[in-house]
Design a binder for this molecule. Structure first.
Ligand SMILES: Cc1cc2nc3c(=O)[nH]c(=O)nc-3n(C[C@H](O)[C@H](O)[C@H](O)COP(=O)(O)OP(=O)(O)OC[C@H]3O[C@@H](n4cnc5c(N)ncnc54)[C@H](O)[C@@H]3O)c2cc1C
Length: 437
Protein backbone atom coordinates (compact mmCIF):
# COMPACT_ATOMS: atom_id res chain seq x y z
CA UNK A 1 0.00 0.00 0.00
CA UNK A 2 1.42 3.37 -0.95
CA UNK A 3 0.99 6.53 1.11
CA UNK A 4 -0.19 8.17 -2.14
CA UNK A 5 -3.35 6.04 -1.85
CA UNK A 6 -4.31 8.13 1.18
CA UNK A 7 -7.62 9.94 1.00
CA UNK A 8 -9.05 12.41 3.48
CA UNK A 9 -12.25 10.48 4.24
CA UNK A 10 -13.50 7.03 3.22
CA UNK A 11 -17.18 6.22 3.61
CA UNK A 12 -18.08 2.50 3.63
CA UNK A 13 -21.57 2.01 2.18
CA UNK A 14 -23.68 4.10 -0.22
CA UNK A 15 -27.00 4.00 1.63
CA UNK A 16 -28.71 7.18 2.90
CA UNK A 17 -26.31 7.49 5.87
CA UNK A 18 -23.12 7.14 3.82
CA UNK A 19 -24.35 9.32 0.96
CA UNK A 20 -25.58 12.12 3.25
CA UNK A 21 -22.21 12.09 4.97
CA UNK A 22 -20.31 12.12 1.66
CA UNK A 23 -22.50 14.90 0.22
CA UNK A 24 -21.93 17.15 3.26
CA UNK A 25 -18.18 16.51 3.17
CA UNK A 26 -17.87 17.04 -0.58
CA UNK A 27 -19.84 20.30 -0.38
CA UNK A 28 -17.35 21.48 2.26
CA UNK A 29 -14.44 20.72 -0.09
CA UNK A 30 -13.28 17.54 1.69
CA UNK A 31 -11.83 14.76 -0.46
CA UNK A 32 -14.16 11.80 0.01
CA UNK A 33 -14.35 8.30 -1.43
CA UNK A 34 -17.46 6.12 -1.02
CA UNK A 35 -17.00 2.34 -1.33
CA UNK A 36 -20.12 0.31 -2.08
CA UNK A 37 -20.28 -3.47 -2.36
CA UNK A 38 -23.36 -3.44 -4.65
CA UNK A 39 -23.02 -3.06 -8.40
CA UNK A 40 -24.51 0.40 -7.94
CA UNK A 41 -25.83 2.35 -4.93
CA UNK A 42 -29.23 0.91 -4.02
CA UNK A 43 -28.62 -2.43 -5.73
CA UNK A 44 -28.45 -4.25 -2.37
CA UNK A 45 -30.90 -2.06 -0.50
CA UNK A 46 -34.47 -2.52 0.53
CA UNK A 47 -37.00 -0.81 2.76
CA UNK A 48 -40.80 -0.76 3.18
CA UNK A 49 -40.94 2.00 2.34
CA UNK A 50 -41.71 5.53 3.12
CA UNK A 51 -38.86 7.89 2.32
CA UNK A 52 -39.03 10.60 4.99
CA UNK A 53 -37.69 13.45 2.93
CA UNK A 54 -37.30 16.53 5.15
CA UNK A 55 -33.49 16.28 5.24
CA UNK A 56 -33.21 15.44 1.53
CA UNK A 57 -35.40 18.49 0.78
CA UNK A 58 -32.89 20.71 2.60
CA UNK A 59 -30.14 19.33 0.35
CA UNK A 60 -32.27 19.57 -2.80
CA UNK A 61 -35.14 22.07 -2.69
CA UNK A 62 -36.33 20.67 -6.06
CA UNK A 63 -36.74 17.18 -4.54
CA UNK A 64 -40.47 17.14 -5.32
CA UNK A 65 -40.01 17.67 -9.04
CA UNK A 66 -36.65 15.92 -9.49
CA UNK A 67 -36.47 12.85 -7.23
CA UNK A 68 -37.73 9.43 -8.37
CA UNK A 69 -40.48 8.94 -5.77
CA UNK A 70 -43.46 6.77 -6.65
CA UNK A 71 -46.36 8.36 -4.77
CA UNK A 72 -46.79 10.73 -1.84
CA UNK A 73 -48.33 9.20 1.30
CA UNK A 74 -51.78 10.79 1.31
CA UNK A 75 -53.50 8.00 3.15
CA UNK A 76 -52.35 6.05 6.21
CA UNK A 77 -54.04 3.05 7.72
CA UNK A 78 -53.23 1.23 10.95
CA UNK A 79 -55.07 -2.06 11.24
CA UNK A 80 -55.31 -4.83 13.80
CA UNK A 81 -55.76 -8.27 12.29
CA UNK A 82 -57.24 -11.05 14.37
CA UNK A 83 -57.91 -14.51 12.95
CA UNK A 84 -59.95 -13.67 9.85
CA UNK A 85 -61.08 -10.18 10.96
CA UNK A 86 -59.76 -6.63 10.80
CA UNK A 87 -60.20 -3.44 12.85
CA UNK A 88 -58.89 -0.29 11.25
CA UNK A 89 -57.98 3.31 11.87
CA UNK A 90 -57.50 5.28 8.67
CA UNK A 91 -56.49 8.89 8.06
CA UNK A 92 -56.15 11.08 5.00
CA UNK A 93 -55.65 14.65 6.29
CA UNK A 94 -55.66 17.45 3.74
CA UNK A 95 -52.19 18.53 4.93
CA UNK A 96 -50.76 15.13 3.93
CA UNK A 97 -52.30 15.61 0.49
CA UNK A 98 -50.72 18.88 -0.49
CA UNK A 99 -47.08 20.02 -0.62
CA UNK A 100 -44.87 19.24 1.23
CA UNK A 101 -46.95 16.03 1.59
CA UNK A 102 -45.84 15.53 5.21
CA UNK A 103 -42.33 14.85 3.81
CA UNK A 104 -43.41 11.24 3.22
CA UNK A 105 -42.94 9.55 -0.16
CA UNK A 106 -43.24 5.94 -1.19
CA UNK A 107 -40.08 5.12 -3.12
CA UNK A 108 -37.94 2.28 -4.41
CA UNK A 109 -34.49 2.27 -2.86
CA UNK A 110 -32.81 1.09 -6.05
CA UNK A 111 -33.92 4.28 -7.80
CA UNK A 112 -33.74 6.74 -4.90
CA UNK A 113 -30.21 5.71 -3.84
CA UNK A 114 -28.92 5.98 -7.42
CA UNK A 115 -30.45 9.43 -7.82
CA UNK A 116 -28.87 10.58 -4.56
CA UNK A 117 -25.51 9.00 -5.46
CA UNK A 118 -25.43 10.98 -8.71
CA UNK A 119 -25.92 14.22 -6.75
CA UNK A 120 -23.13 13.18 -4.38
CA UNK A 121 -20.77 12.63 -7.33
CA UNK A 122 -21.80 15.98 -8.83
CA UNK A 123 -20.84 17.56 -5.48
CA UNK A 124 -17.32 16.18 -5.92
CA UNK A 125 -17.22 12.83 -4.10
CA UNK A 126 -16.02 9.63 -5.80
CA UNK A 127 -18.02 6.43 -5.56
CA UNK A 128 -16.53 3.02 -6.32
CA UNK A 129 -19.19 0.29 -6.69
CA UNK A 130 -18.55 -3.48 -6.52
CA UNK A 131 -16.06 -2.88 -3.71
CA UNK A 132 -16.67 -4.88 -0.56
CA UNK A 133 -14.65 -3.69 2.43
CA UNK A 134 -13.48 -6.73 4.38
CA UNK A 135 -11.80 -5.02 7.30
CA UNK A 136 -10.30 -1.85 8.69
CA UNK A 137 -6.55 -1.29 8.87
CA UNK A 138 -5.07 -0.22 12.20
CA UNK A 139 -1.93 1.55 13.40
CA UNK A 140 -1.33 1.79 17.15
CA UNK A 141 -5.04 1.17 17.76
CA UNK A 142 -6.14 3.93 15.36
CA UNK A 143 -8.23 3.06 12.30
CA UNK A 144 -6.12 4.25 9.37
CA UNK A 145 -7.64 2.57 6.32
CA UNK A 146 -9.67 -0.22 4.80
CA UNK A 147 -8.94 -3.34 2.84
CA UNK A 148 -10.98 -5.51 0.54
CA UNK A 149 -8.79 -8.48 1.34
CA UNK A 150 -5.82 -8.40 -1.05
CA UNK A 151 -2.58 -6.63 -0.07
CA UNK A 152 -2.74 -4.25 -3.02
CA UNK A 153 -6.37 -3.49 -2.58
CA UNK A 154 -6.37 -1.08 0.32
CA UNK A 155 -6.90 2.63 0.93
CA UNK A 156 -5.56 4.77 3.72
CA UNK A 157 -7.58 7.70 5.07
CA UNK A 158 -7.44 10.37 7.76
CA UNK A 159 -10.88 9.25 8.91
CA UNK A 160 -13.29 6.40 8.05
CA UNK A 161 -17.07 6.54 8.27
CA UNK A 162 -18.73 3.15 8.55
CA UNK A 163 -22.22 3.24 6.97
CA UNK A 164 -22.50 -0.48 6.26
CA UNK A 165 -26.14 -0.86 7.39
CA UNK A 166 -27.85 -3.50 9.52
CA UNK A 167 -25.47 -6.35 8.73
CA UNK A 168 -22.89 -4.61 10.90
CA UNK A 169 -19.96 -7.01 10.56
CA UNK A 170 -17.20 -4.39 10.29
CA UNK A 171 -18.60 -2.50 13.27
CA UNK A 172 -18.63 -5.72 15.27
CA UNK A 173 -15.13 -6.72 14.16
CA UNK A 174 -13.82 -3.29 15.18
CA UNK A 175 -15.04 -3.97 18.71
CA UNK A 176 -17.64 -1.20 18.52
CA UNK A 177 -20.59 -3.39 19.48
CA UNK A 178 -21.42 -6.67 21.16
CA UNK A 179 -21.87 -9.66 18.89
CA UNK A 180 -25.11 -9.33 16.93
CA UNK A 181 -27.54 -12.04 18.01
CA UNK A 182 -31.04 -12.94 16.79
CA UNK A 183 -32.53 -10.96 19.68
CA UNK A 184 -31.25 -7.72 18.21
CA UNK A 185 -32.24 -8.04 14.58
CA UNK A 186 -35.57 -8.43 12.76
CA UNK A 187 -35.96 -10.00 9.35
CA UNK A 188 -38.22 -8.54 6.68
CA UNK A 189 -39.36 -10.13 3.43
CA UNK A 190 -41.23 -8.23 0.76
CA UNK A 191 -42.66 -8.68 -2.72
CA UNK A 192 -43.37 -6.04 -5.32
CA UNK A 193 -46.54 -7.05 -7.12
CA UNK A 194 -47.35 -5.34 -10.41
CA UNK A 195 -50.81 -3.97 -11.26
CA UNK A 196 -52.11 -1.33 -13.61
CA UNK A 197 -52.37 2.12 -12.05
CA UNK A 198 -56.16 2.02 -12.31
CA UNK A 199 -56.32 -1.24 -10.30
CA UNK A 200 -54.19 0.37 -7.58
CA UNK A 201 -56.37 3.49 -7.56
CA UNK A 202 -59.58 1.43 -7.31
CA UNK A 203 -58.36 -0.97 -4.65
CA UNK A 204 -56.70 1.57 -2.40
CA UNK A 205 -58.98 4.55 -3.05
CA UNK A 206 -56.17 6.83 -4.23
CA UNK A 207 -55.91 9.12 -7.24
CA UNK A 208 -53.13 10.66 -9.32
CA UNK A 209 -49.85 10.72 -7.40
CA UNK A 210 -51.55 10.01 -4.10
CA UNK A 211 -50.45 6.80 -2.38
CA UNK A 212 -51.43 4.67 0.60
CA UNK A 213 -49.36 3.22 3.44
CA UNK A 214 -51.05 0.39 5.34
CA UNK A 215 -49.56 -1.14 8.51
CA UNK A 216 -51.03 -4.31 9.95
CA UNK A 217 -50.50 -5.31 13.58
CA UNK A 218 -52.06 -8.01 15.77
CA UNK A 219 -51.99 -11.45 14.18
CA UNK A 220 -50.58 -10.20 10.85
CA UNK A 221 -47.34 -12.07 11.61
CA UNK A 222 -48.80 -14.97 13.57
CA UNK A 223 -48.24 -13.48 17.01
CA UNK A 224 -44.55 -12.72 16.38
CA UNK A 225 -43.10 -9.39 17.41
CA UNK A 226 -43.48 -7.47 14.15
CA UNK A 227 -46.02 -6.41 11.57
CA UNK A 228 -47.19 -6.62 7.99
CA UNK A 229 -47.35 -3.75 5.51
CA UNK A 230 -48.57 -2.67 2.08
CA UNK A 231 -47.36 0.44 0.26
CA UNK A 232 -48.61 1.56 -3.12
CA UNK A 233 -45.98 2.33 -5.74
CA UNK A 234 -47.00 3.87 -9.06
CA UNK A 235 -47.76 0.60 -10.84
CA UNK A 236 -47.00 -2.01 -8.19
CA UNK A 237 -47.55 -2.57 -4.50
CA UNK A 238 -44.97 -3.54 -1.89
CA UNK A 239 -46.32 -6.24 0.42
CA UNK A 240 -44.20 -7.49 3.26
CA UNK A 241 -43.77 -8.72 6.80
CA UNK A 242 -41.04 -8.04 9.34
CA UNK A 243 -40.52 -9.74 12.68
CA UNK A 244 -37.99 -10.50 15.42
CA UNK A 245 -35.58 -13.26 14.35
CA UNK A 246 -35.49 -14.59 17.91
CA UNK A 247 -39.28 -14.83 18.08
CA UNK A 248 -39.26 -16.61 14.74
CA UNK A 249 -36.65 -19.15 15.92
CA UNK A 250 -38.68 -19.72 19.08
CA UNK A 251 -41.68 -20.63 16.95
CA UNK A 252 -39.80 -23.91 16.66
CA UNK A 253 -41.59 -25.10 13.55
CA UNK A 254 -40.52 -25.51 9.99
CA UNK A 255 -41.98 -22.26 8.66
CA UNK A 256 -39.86 -19.96 6.54
CA UNK A 257 -40.21 -16.14 6.59
CA UNK A 258 -41.82 -16.52 3.17
CA UNK A 259 -44.51 -18.77 4.70
CA UNK A 260 -45.37 -15.94 7.12
CA UNK A 261 -45.64 -13.57 4.14
CA UNK A 262 -47.85 -16.04 2.24
CA UNK A 263 -50.13 -16.43 5.28
CA UNK A 264 -50.35 -12.63 5.59
CA UNK A 265 -51.27 -12.36 1.90
CA UNK A 266 -53.94 -15.05 2.35
CA UNK A 267 -55.72 -13.19 5.20
CA UNK A 268 -59.27 -12.30 4.05
CA UNK A 269 -58.50 -8.57 4.45
CA UNK A 270 -55.29 -8.74 2.41
CA UNK A 271 -56.13 -11.30 -0.29
CA UNK A 272 -58.46 -8.95 -2.25
CA UNK A 273 -55.73 -6.27 -2.30
CA UNK A 274 -53.01 -8.54 -3.74
CA UNK A 275 -55.18 -10.73 -5.98
CA UNK A 276 -54.23 -11.14 -9.64
CA UNK A 277 -50.96 -9.22 -9.71
CA UNK A 278 -47.60 -10.36 -11.02
CA UNK A 279 -44.73 -10.62 -8.52
CA UNK A 280 -41.87 -8.75 -10.16
CA UNK A 281 -39.39 -8.48 -7.25
CA UNK A 282 -38.67 -10.38 -4.06
CA UNK A 283 -36.41 -9.03 -1.32
CA UNK A 284 -35.23 -9.83 2.20
CA UNK A 285 -33.30 -7.63 4.61
CA UNK A 286 -32.42 -7.27 8.27
CA UNK A 287 -33.59 -4.43 10.50
CA UNK A 288 -31.65 -3.43 13.63
CA UNK A 289 -33.60 -3.70 16.87
CA UNK A 290 -30.76 -2.88 19.27
CA UNK A 291 -32.80 -0.12 20.88
CA UNK A 292 -31.51 2.78 22.94
CA UNK A 293 -30.06 0.62 25.71
CA UNK A 294 -27.84 -1.47 23.46
CA UNK A 295 -26.37 1.05 21.06
CA UNK A 296 -22.77 0.54 19.92
CA UNK A 297 -19.84 2.87 20.49
CA UNK A 298 -20.22 5.64 17.93
CA UNK A 299 -16.55 6.60 17.48
CA UNK A 300 -12.95 5.63 18.13
CA UNK A 301 -9.64 6.96 16.86
CA UNK A 302 -10.12 7.49 13.11
CA UNK A 303 -13.60 5.93 12.89
CA UNK A 304 -17.25 7.02 13.11
CA UNK A 305 -20.32 4.73 12.85
CA UNK A 306 -23.55 6.05 11.28
CA UNK A 307 -27.08 4.93 10.34
CA UNK A 308 -28.28 1.35 10.76
CA UNK A 309 -24.71 0.22 11.52
CA UNK A 310 -25.00 2.32 14.68
CA UNK A 311 -28.50 0.95 15.41
CA UNK A 312 -30.00 4.40 14.70
CA UNK A 313 -33.48 3.36 13.64
CA UNK A 314 -36.79 4.17 15.28
CA UNK A 315 -38.29 0.67 15.34
CA UNK A 316 -41.46 1.79 17.15
CA UNK A 317 -44.74 2.62 15.35
CA UNK A 318 -42.93 5.25 13.32
CA UNK A 319 -40.63 2.95 11.34
CA UNK A 320 -38.30 5.85 10.63
CA UNK A 321 -34.87 4.86 9.37
CA UNK A 322 -33.71 6.82 6.33
CA UNK A 323 -34.10 10.22 8.01
CA UNK A 324 -32.17 9.09 11.10
CA UNK A 325 -29.52 7.56 8.82
CA UNK A 326 -29.14 10.82 6.86
CA UNK A 327 -29.11 12.99 9.99
CA UNK A 328 -26.40 10.82 11.57
CA UNK A 329 -24.37 10.94 8.34
CA UNK A 330 -24.54 14.75 8.40
CA UNK A 331 -23.58 14.84 12.10
CA UNK A 332 -20.54 12.65 11.33
CA UNK A 333 -19.55 14.88 8.40
CA UNK A 334 -19.81 18.03 10.53
CA UNK A 335 -17.67 16.38 13.20
CA UNK A 336 -15.02 15.52 10.61
CA UNK A 337 -15.07 19.04 9.16
CA UNK A 338 -14.32 20.40 12.66
CA UNK A 339 -11.61 17.78 13.34
CA UNK A 340 -10.01 18.54 9.97
CA UNK A 341 -9.32 22.13 11.06
CA UNK A 342 -7.03 20.76 13.79
CA UNK A 343 -5.85 17.78 11.68
CA UNK A 344 -6.75 15.64 14.70
CA UNK A 345 -9.06 12.64 14.26
CA UNK A 346 -8.50 11.17 17.71
CA UNK A 347 -11.47 9.81 19.62
CA UNK A 348 -11.39 12.87 21.92
CA UNK A 349 -11.81 15.13 18.93
CA UNK A 350 -14.49 12.92 17.33
CA UNK A 351 -16.50 12.60 20.55
CA UNK A 352 -18.64 15.62 19.67
CA UNK A 353 -20.36 13.30 17.14
CA UNK A 354 -22.14 11.63 20.05
CA UNK A 355 -23.03 15.05 21.51
CA UNK A 356 -24.62 15.95 18.17
CA UNK A 357 -26.63 12.70 18.14
CA UNK A 358 -27.79 13.36 21.71
CA UNK A 359 -28.84 16.90 20.90
CA UNK A 360 -30.85 15.89 17.83
CA UNK A 361 -34.13 14.04 17.32
CA UNK A 362 -32.11 10.87 16.62
CA UNK A 363 -31.17 9.84 20.15
CA UNK A 364 -34.04 11.74 21.74
CA UNK A 365 -36.56 9.69 19.73
CA UNK A 366 -34.70 6.44 20.41
CA UNK A 367 -34.68 7.27 24.11
CA UNK A 368 -38.40 8.00 24.00
CA UNK A 369 -39.13 4.57 22.55
CA UNK A 370 -36.44 2.71 24.48
CA UNK A 371 -38.91 0.29 26.08
CA UNK A 372 -41.05 -0.26 22.98
CA UNK A 373 -39.78 -3.67 21.87
CA UNK A 374 -38.92 -4.87 25.38
CA UNK A 375 -42.42 -4.04 26.61
CA UNK A 376 -44.08 -5.87 23.72
CA UNK A 377 -41.78 -8.89 24.22
CA UNK A 378 -42.99 -9.29 27.79
CA UNK A 379 -46.62 -8.25 27.14
CA UNK A 380 -47.60 -10.35 24.16
CA UNK A 381 -51.28 -10.10 25.21
CA UNK A 382 -51.20 -6.60 23.68
CA UNK A 383 -50.44 -8.12 20.28
CA UNK A 384 -52.64 -11.19 20.53
CA UNK A 385 -55.28 -11.58 23.26
CA UNK A 386 -56.45 -7.98 23.69
CA UNK A 387 -56.99 -7.24 19.99
CA UNK A 388 -58.92 -10.53 19.65
CA UNK A 389 -61.04 -9.62 22.66
CA UNK A 390 -61.65 -6.12 21.32
CA UNK A 391 -62.76 -7.62 18.04
CA UNK A 392 -65.19 -9.97 19.81
CA UNK A 393 -66.59 -7.11 21.89
CA UNK A 394 -67.21 -4.91 18.86
CA UNK A 395 -68.73 -7.76 16.88
CA UNK A 396 -71.08 -8.57 19.74
CA UNK A 397 -71.93 -4.93 20.34
CA UNK A 398 -72.83 -4.25 16.71
CA UNK A 399 -74.51 -7.58 15.97
CA UNK A 400 -78.14 -6.87 15.11
CA UNK A 401 -80.61 -8.70 17.35
CA UNK A 402 -83.76 -8.10 19.32
CA UNK A 403 -81.86 -8.21 22.58
CA UNK A 404 -81.99 -4.90 24.47
CA UNK A 405 -78.65 -3.07 24.26
CA UNK A 406 -78.38 -2.88 28.06
CA UNK A 407 -78.46 -6.68 28.20
CA UNK A 408 -75.80 -6.93 25.47
CA UNK A 409 -73.53 -4.55 27.38
CA UNK A 410 -74.01 -6.55 30.57
CA UNK A 411 -73.21 -9.83 28.81
CA UNK A 412 -70.09 -8.31 27.27
CA UNK A 413 -68.94 -6.98 30.63
CA UNK A 414 -69.49 -10.35 32.34
CA UNK A 415 -67.64 -12.20 29.63
CA UNK A 416 -64.68 -9.82 29.73
CA UNK A 417 -64.56 -10.20 33.53
CA UNK A 418 -64.41 -13.96 33.17
CA UNK A 419 -61.80 -14.09 30.39
CA UNK A 420 -59.31 -11.45 31.51
CA UNK A 421 -57.87 -10.23 34.75
CA UNK A 422 -59.16 -6.63 34.66
CA UNK A 423 -56.57 -5.06 37.03
CA UNK A 424 -53.81 -6.77 35.00
CA UNK A 425 -55.31 -5.51 31.76
CA UNK A 426 -55.56 -1.98 33.19
CA UNK A 427 -51.86 -2.23 34.17
CA UNK A 428 -50.95 -3.48 30.68
CA UNK A 429 -52.89 -0.61 29.08
CA UNK A 430 -51.14 1.92 31.28
CA UNK A 431 -47.81 0.26 30.39
CA UNK A 432 -48.73 0.41 26.71
CA UNK A 433 -49.56 4.11 27.01
CA UNK A 434 -46.27 4.94 28.73
CA UNK A 435 -43.97 2.63 26.72
CA UNK A 436 -45.45 2.44 23.24
CA UNK A 437 -46.84 5.86 22.40
C1 LIG B 1 -38.36 -4.09 5.31
C2 LIG B 1 -37.85 -2.75 5.73
C3 LIG B 1 -38.72 -1.70 5.76
C4 LIG B 1 -38.27 -0.44 6.12
N1 LIG B 1 -39.12 0.61 6.03
C5 LIG B 1 -38.68 1.84 6.23
C6 LIG B 1 -39.51 2.96 5.97
O1 LIG B 1 -40.64 2.82 5.52
N2 LIG B 1 -39.01 4.20 6.19
C7 LIG B 1 -37.74 4.39 6.67
O2 LIG B 1 -37.35 5.54 6.87
N3 LIG B 1 -36.93 3.35 6.93
C8 LIG B 1 -37.35 2.09 6.70
N4 LIG B 1 -36.51 1.03 6.90
C9 LIG B 1 -35.18 1.27 7.46
C10 LIG B 1 -34.22 1.91 6.48
O3 LIG B 1 -34.18 1.16 5.30
C11 LIG B 1 -32.82 1.99 7.09
O4 LIG B 1 -32.89 2.58 8.36
C12 LIG B 1 -31.86 2.80 6.21
O5 LIG B 1 -31.75 2.22 4.94
C13 LIG B 1 -30.50 2.87 6.85
O6 LIG B 1 -29.59 3.49 5.98
P1 LIG B 1 -28.04 3.15 6.04
O7 LIG B 1 -27.40 4.00 5.02
O8 LIG B 1 -27.57 3.21 7.43
O9 LIG B 1 -27.94 1.60 5.63
P2 LIG B 1 -28.33 0.89 4.26
O10 LIG B 1 -29.41 1.60 3.57
O11 LIG B 1 -28.52 -0.55 4.59
O12 LIG B 1 -27.00 1.05 3.37
C14 LIG B 1 -25.82 0.34 3.70
C15 LIG B 1 -24.98 0.26 2.42
O13 LIG B 1 -23.69 -0.27 2.74
C16 LIG B 1 -23.33 -1.24 1.77
N5 LIG B 1 -22.37 -2.14 2.41
C17 LIG B 1 -22.60 -2.99 3.44
N6 LIG B 1 -21.48 -3.62 3.79
C18 LIG B 1 -20.49 -3.15 2.97
C19 LIG B 1 -19.11 -3.43 2.85
N7 LIG B 1 -18.50 -4.30 3.66
N8 LIG B 1 -18.41 -2.80 1.88
C20 LIG B 1 -19.01 -1.90 1.05
N9 LIG B 1 -20.34 -1.59 1.12
C21 LIG B 1 -21.07 -2.21 2.09
C22 LIG B 1 -24.65 -1.88 1.40
O14 LIG B 1 -24.59 -2.54 0.14
C23 LIG B 1 -25.58 -0.69 1.39
O15 LIG B 1 -25.62 -0.02 0.16
C24 LIG B 1 -36.92 -0.24 6.54
C25 LIG B 1 -36.03 -1.33 6.51
C26 LIG B 1 -36.48 -2.56 6.09
C27 LIG B 1 -35.49 -3.68 6.00
Amino acid sequence: MKQSDKIEVIVVGAGPAGLACAYTLAKAGVEVLVLERGEHPGAKNMFGGIFFSSIMEKFFPDFLSDAPWERFVGKRKFALLTGDSEMTFEMSPSTFNRPPFNHSFIAKRGQMDQWFAKKVEEAGASIIPNYCVRDFLYEHGKVVGITSGGDDDSFLADCIVCAEGANSLLTERAGMREKIGPDYRSIAVKENIRFTQSVIEDRFGVTGQQGAAYEYFGSSVKGLLGNGFIYTNRDSISVGVGFSINDFINLGNKKTPNDILDEFKAHPSIAPLVRGGETVEYMAHMIPSDGYTRLPKFYRDGLLIVGDAAGLINASFFHEGVNLAMASGIAAAETIIEARKQKDYSSENLSCYEDKLNASFILQDLKNSKNFLGFLKTHKAIINEYPAMMNDILVEYFTVSEKPKTMIKKEIFNRVRKTVNIPKMAGDMWGAWSNLI
